[in-house]
Every structure is written in structure tokens, then in C-alpha cells.
Design a protein around this ligand. Structure first.
Ligand SMILES: O=CC(=O)O
Length: 327
């Protein structure tokens, strides 16, 4: 019997900049023939007509016009994670190619990280660790005190799937929850977490002890938080960002942190990533930065890979594509 040729998929590397996850590669290779970007570029003529899917990890490969033109049989671009701000959807759709992402794989771990950053900042965990392990430490007589999140007000900007999961977690800390979103959630959702809708973002910023950013990056949300918005925040407030760095005007944030306009920031995302080593944000004491690890759990990465594979196989077989992204 003639062996059926597996669908061809163009990948960069599996696992993004962390390196190749070998078990993921082995799993995918049961269903797909994986062609790396380097192999593709070396043998473009051979592979161009074969590739039916592009598998995007961490912004790579870049899906631009040149790549799309060189893949006449491309059916789908599947993206790891929820954010598709790095994909030119209009351009991709104009080639008759579908797009899918993996929002459900990332929502819980990203919400967990938001809460972890809030607690780490409020309770000085990073500085505490540094003191605890420093060879210079003789006595644990920390002169500083943290803040309790219990009973504090959390303002969530962006109440989609991840924002709502943040609210569910914050409820367990008896936090007062405010939220701002393009669309108001239904009453049942609001009541389940005790969240109060703020149609004006300014009201949320003025009242919150912790402000968490959980929006998609779009032209409307780029630099959503700048000098004016930081100025609305309490001088005792902390800004937490688990979505995209570009949502904050970083120069304004540096000034706000230097001048005590706000108390602290905790960022999982910046622009660029990583920041240049001499960047002003890295010189500040009232900041925590993590290296974009919202979805960096073994479970999430595994589910992402499975969701991406499901979308590829569905698109190739002309079936409804799970987690399809629409214009
Ligand atoms: O950054 C992570 C994601 O887009 O899911």
C-alpha cells in the first residue's frame, strides 16, 4: 500500500527562544512533516508547493507578503498564544489563508502570573529573596513593609477571558474588583466575581490600588497608559502588565516610577523584549520584570501544541478550524 504523505508544515523552532521541545517535535511528527525555516530557505523550490501550514511561535517565522507569495498551497497560519498583534490578518486573509490561535491554553497560566506579579510586588518577594540569599545579610530586620492585597481594590483593564480569570482569582483575596472594557460583561458574570464596571477608565485608575492590564494590543490600545493615565493613579498604586509592552508608554512609566507618581510596576511584557541592558526601567528599584512568561508552563505549552495541531489538521482537511481568528 502506498504510504500517505503527511501534511507539510513550516515551523521556525518549536519552543520559541527557549529551544526545541523534543517531545513536542516527536508528537507533531506523527501527524505532520515539519520543515524548518532554514530547510525551507535552502530548498525553496521543493518545499514551496508542499507547505500547507505555518506554525508561529513567538512571532517567528514572520508571516509577510514574501512568505505568503512563496506558499501557493498554504491553508492556515497557526499562532501559539492568544495575541495575534504580530500577524497582519488582512494580508493573510487576502491570500485566502485562515488564522488560528490558542487562547484557552494560555488564559489560566497568564491570569495566575498576573496574580503572582501582584503578590510579588505587594509583598516584596523579589527583594526579600535577594536579602535572604545575600552573603551580606546578617539579620532579617527588613525596614520595609509590604501591602496586603486582601481588601484592596484591583482595577482590571480588559475583561476578556484572561481578565475574567484574574477577577475570579482576586475574589478569593476578598479584593474589590473594578473593570474597564469595551463591552460590559453580563450581570451574571459580574455578580459571580463581584466586579463593578467602570465605563470611564479614569474612574478605575483613580480608585485602584492595583491596576492590571489585560487588553489585546490594537491601534486603540497602543500606549493606552501614558503620562496622563499614570497621573490619575494613586501614588500608592501598582501597575501590572501581563498583555503587551506597547500598551504602556514606557518613557512615561519610567518618569512616573522615578517621581513617585505611582508606587511600583510589575511587568511580564516590555518593548522590546528583552529591554536593552542599560534601559532606565532596569535601573529602578520599584519594579519587577519577568521575561514574558504568562504561558510558560509545561501544561500550557503542551495544550498549545495540541490546539495548534488540531487547527492545522482541520484546515488541511477542509473542516471547521478550532480557535479560528476572524477579521
Ligand atoms: O503572549 C502571550 C499570548 O499572546 O498568549
Amino acid at each position: 500500500m502506498e504510504e500517505k504523505e503527511l501534511p507539510y508544515t513550516l515551523i521556525n523552532v518549536i519552543g520559541g527562544p527557549d529551544g526545541v521541545y523534543e517531545d513536542h517535535t516527536a508528537y507533531l511528527e506523527k501527524h505532520l512533516k515539519l520543515i524548518t525555516m532554514n530547510e525551507f530557505l535552502k530548498h525553496k523550490q521543493v518545499f514551496s508547493p508542499k507547505i500547507q501550514a505555518v506554525y508561529v511561535w513567538y512571532y517567528k517565522p514572520v508571516v509577510n507578503k514574501e512568505l505568503l507569495q512563496s506558499l501557493p498551497n498554504l491553508k492556515v497560519v497557526v499562532n501559539s498564544g492568544a495575541g495575534v498583534d504580530h500577524l497582519d490578518l488582512k494580508l493573510i486573509f487576502s491570500f485566502g489563508v485562515k488564522v488560528a490561535n490558542t487562547p484557552f491554553a494560555v488564559s489560566s497560566p497568564t491570569a495566575d502570573l498576573g496574580i503572582a506579579l501582584m503578590l510579588a510586588s505587594a509583598r516584596n518577594i523579589v527583594e526579600g529573596h535577594r536579602i535572604a540569599v545575600s552573603p551580606d545579610t546578617k539579620l532579617f530586620n527588613a525596614a520595609w513593609l509590604g501591602e496586603e492585597v486582601t481588601g484592596a481594590t484591583l482595577g482590571i483593564i480588559g475583561m476578556g477571558t484572561i481578565g475574567y480569570k484574574v477577577a475570579q482569582r482576586a475574589k478569593a483575596f476578598d479584593m474589590k474588583i473594578l473593570y474597564h472594557n469595551r463591552n460590559r460583561r453580563n450581570r451574571v458574570d459580574e455578580e459571580a466575581v463581584g466586579a463593578v464596571y467602570c465605563p470611564k477608565m479614569e474612574d478605575l485608575l483613580r480608585q485602584s490600588d492595583f491596576v492590571m492590564l489585560v487588553v489585546n494590543l490594537t491601534p486603540q490600545t497602543c500606549k493606552l497608559i501614558g503620562e496622563k493615565e499614570l497621573g490619575f493613579m494613586k501614588p500608592t498604586a501598582t501597575l501590572i502588565n501581563i498583555c503587551r509592552g506597547q500598551v504602556i508608554d514606557q518613557d512615561a512609566l519610567v518618569k512616573a516610577l522615578q517621581n513617585g507618581i505611582i508606587k511600583a510596576a510589575a511587568l511580564d511584557v516590555t518593548y522590546p523584549e528583552p529591554l536593552p541592558r542599560d534601559h532606565a526601567l532596569l535601573q529602578l528599584k520599584n519594579i519587577i520584570i519577568t521575561p514574558h512568561i504568562g504561558s510558560a508552563t509545561a501544561q500550557a505549552r503542551h495544550l498549545m501544541m495540541r490546539n495548534m495541531l488540531e487547527a492545522i489538521l482541520a484546515a488541511i482537511n477542509g473542516l471547521p478550524v478550532p480557535n479560528e481568528v476572524h477579521a
